[in-house]
Design a protein around this ligand. Structure first.
Ligand SMILES: [Mg+2]
Length: 418
């Protein structure tokens, strides 16, 4: 059965949403920034006008203003607005298929194989969605149409904003193979360097390299990327991220060395909680139960759970609650630690003491989201916990062993997303 998959990417999402709420910003250079009051704000997103001035995500507000000759309008990020609009758009996607898989707040795959029979029909449907997004939400999308998720995603990057690109089994060698290999999803900076060292520069080079050679250098990922480059990715588009479908989000790691103290366990829990919280935020979910899993050096495993008062998507809260579950006599050392969030909902349940904490929580959430952004742009290690470094546990990179919304059939190891 041929598949027809769209990948829809809202263009300059944060900045575009800000322009919806403040139409007077439309013709100005706009940057969405972290907390500007503190003068430590960095640019999280920008519109096309700011982009023309050379403003980049990750610039400090000061740098960005220099580039725009002070004409830049800086808006503090309003994540609640972005989640709200994102949900509206994704609900619209769901009128076409129940297979809508989020990839971050502004992107989603749609499997429309049940609705269309040819690429012409798939293209026409993508066009219809593109027009609806403009007419109903005042936003633009770029959409990639293809027969697998990887090429659909690639297609949505090729023409923007406000465009549809089709990559078919007949044209992919012409359209895709000449592109640099880092255009392929999951070819990050480190992988690109390794590939370039092997003389692999384009996706075509990657596709035509012997899979055994790739495997010897990159392990299982080498094989996966070879599959991707040849258009053979068969992973399904998951159904919409409803809390019923995503039962829990967890992450565990085998430590670089056995842990011997409470402090070390606390630091590892924090690293894992950060990754779990980021994934909750990506899916727009809150958790009301946290679990801590421990594996000792004689490979005994144990998991304990607790319900928490107010649903959260904050790493600091998840870490604190998990650590409160830690009770260990140290007759053994600890080899692996896991943190899991369950009892998921797509609404934070408001309780009385929620209001007291609301301001602090909003601040914490903004702070953690800035870290998310920095890491997604510069890699996980751009920012590290002091405690983790001090204890020499900073080899742990939870993002290496797991990926939130990666096709489930790849990179399964260490990833307990259910
Ligand atoms: Mg986008």
């Amino acid at each position: 059965m041929p598949r027809f998959i769209l990948h829809s990417d809202l263009n300059n999402f944060y900045a575009s949403v800000e322009c919806l709420y403040n139409p007077e910003l439309r013709n100005k250079a706009v940057a969405v920034v972290g907390d500007e009051e503190k003068r430590h704000g960095i640019v999280l997103a920008k519109n096309y006008i700011a982009k023309k001035y050379g403003v980049k995500t990750g610039d400090t507000v000061w740098e960005a203003k220099q580039k725009c000759l002070e004409e830049l309008v800086c808006v503090t990020a309003n994540f609640d607005r972005y989640y709200f609009v994102s949900k509206l758009v994704k609900d619209m996607y769901r009128t076409y298929t129940d297979k809508v898989e989020s990839f971050g707040i502004d992107e989603a795959w749609l499997d429309v194989s049940d609705r269309v029979k040819t690429f012409d029909e798939a293209y026409a449907l993508a066009e219809k969605i593109r027009v609806r997004v403009i007419e109903e939400f005042g936003l633009t999308v770029s959409i990639g149409v293809s027969y697998n998720k990887i090429f659909a995603k690639l297609g949505s990057d090729l023409k923007k904003p406000n465009a549809v690109t089709t990559i078919t089994p007949d044209n992919y060698q012409t359209v895709v193979w000449s592109l640099p290999c880092e255009e392929l999803l999951y070819v990050g900076r480190a992988t690109k360097l390794k590939l370039n060292k092997m003389g692999i520069r384009t996706i075509g080079d990657l596709a035509n390299t012997d899979v055994d050679i790739l495997r010897s250098v990159l392990g299982k990922n080498g094989e996966t990327l070879h599959t991707f480059a040849n258009g053979l990715d068969g992973t399904p588009v998951s159904k919409y991220d409803s809390p019923e479908q995503v039962k829990s989000i967890g992450n565990s790691t085998t430590c670089p060395r056995d842990l011997k103290t409470n402090e070390e366990v606390k630091a590892v829990i924090m690293v894992l909680a950060e990754s779990v919280a980021r994934r909750l935020r990506e899916k727009g979910l809150w958790c009301s139960t946290v679990s801590l899993g421990i594996k000792t050096n004689d490979l005994q495993s144990n998991e304990v759970s607790k319900k928490i008062d107010n649903p959260t998507n904050l790493a600091s809260v998840i870490a604190k609650e998990c650590y409160s579950l830690f009770n260990f006599d140290w007759s053994q050392t600890i080899r692996a630690v896991g943190v899991r969030a369950s009892g998921l909902s797509d609404q934070p349940v408001v309780q009385y003491n929620f209001f007291q904490n609301e301001q602090t929580n909003i601040k914490k959430e903004k702070f953690e989201k800035e870290i998310d952004k920095l890491r997604s742009r510069y890699g996980y290690n751009i920012i590290k916990r002091g405690s983790v470094c001090a204890l020499k546990l900073d080899d742990i990179n939870p993002e290496n062993i797991t990926h939130t919304i990666h096709p489930v059939s790849y990179f399964k190891d260490g990833n307990q997303t259910e």
